[in-house]
Design a protein around this ligand. Structure first.
Ligand code: PMP
Length: 287
């Protein structure tokens, strides 16, 4: 059997999975999403991801598609139907299908829920991490509510494409104060020469990454000094080590920012260690 997707109550072949053309996610980006890692047959940080999904839905006044228990069941089913041991699960909830009109549809309009899962070779991601990645900087041009994980990702798409065309993997948004906010799909970190870990506080201007939260916990376990504050491009280019975090890339070393090669251009030991021990601090739920 090939890939299977969950679409509004049904498990369907991935190649035929579809939502209606008047789905508000399609027409207005009126929806939210989550991506969780599947690692060695376990769901990583499910509780934190579903807590964030609830928050995103609440902030946008979109109803929850189903109870947490039911959602967990669908997640398990999608992962097992796709035989994913290592990979990613994606879920998206939109305000549902209704005749195109900016106003919210009538109360009681069912929300849409779509879920997919795919295998990702961990050796492929590890290979990228072993070399480290490049980052470019772009002007922050997103809306004020990037703390909500909406499917409205056009600025992120354009920034990441620009990075790709420049031979980099990620684009960092820089705010009007000259501080890095975050990447197109990752949070940004630096380690200073004295070993202090620095990352922007998650109260404004960034998505509060679940991986970010786990790395903060891991850093505490390892006795790092952590400063949650903004940092500039210059500070990053002069840092000891630099990295990105996300559920799909975990802890990803950065070896180049714009034209500046960091250190000897290879991932440093602290970032490599944080990457290696990441799952020690994560919540792991067996399928
Ligand atoms: N920032 C943005 C803009 C993202 O899209 C993501 C990934 N979804 C992250 C940060 C990292 O979040 P997480 O660690 O929860 O994957």
């Amino acid at each position: 059997m090939g890939r299977v997707a969950y679409v509004n109550g049904q498990y369907v072949p991935h190649s035929h999975a579809a939502v209606h053309i008047e789905d508000r996610g399609y027409q207005f980006s009126d929806g939210v999403y989550e991506v969780c890692e599947v690692w060695k047959g376990q769901i990583v940080d499910q509780t934190a991801h579903l807590d964030r999904l609830d928050r995103s839905l609440r902030e946008l006044q979109i109803a929850s598609p189903m109870s947490r228990g039911a959602l967990s069941q669908v997640m398990k089913e999608v992962i097992s139907l796709n035989r994913v041991k290592n990979g990613l699960i994606y879920m998206q909830v939109t305000r549902g299908v209704a005749p195109r009109d900016h106003y919210f549809p009538p109360a009681g309009t069912p929300v849409s829920l779509v879920m997919t899962a795919k295998s990702v070779s961990s050796s492929k991601t590890d290979h990228i991490a072993a070399k480290g990645v490049g980052v470019i900087t772009v002007e922050e041009n997103r809306w004020d509510r990037v703390d909500i994980k909406t499917v409205g990702l056009l600025p992120n798409v354009l920034a990441k494409q620009k990075a790709k065309e420049a031979g980099a993997r990620e684009a960092w948004f820089v705010d009007k104060n000259g501080l890095i906010t975050e990447g197109g799909s990752t949070n940004a970190w630096i380690i200073l020469k004295d070993g202090t870990l620095v990352t922007r506080p998650a109260n404004h201007g960034i998505l509060k990454g679940i991986t970010r939260g786990v790395v903060l916990k891991l850093a505490e376990m390892k006795g790092f000094t952590v400063e949650e504050r903004g940092f500039s491009l210059g500070e990053a280019q002069n840092a000891q080590e630099v990295f990105l975090t996300s559920a799909s890339g975990l802890v990803m070393p950065v070896v180049k920012i714009n034209e500046c090669i960091l250190g000897d251009g290879t991932p440093g030991p602290m970032v490599q260690d944080l990457r290696k021990s990441f799952h020690d601090a994560a919540e792991l739920i067996k399928l």
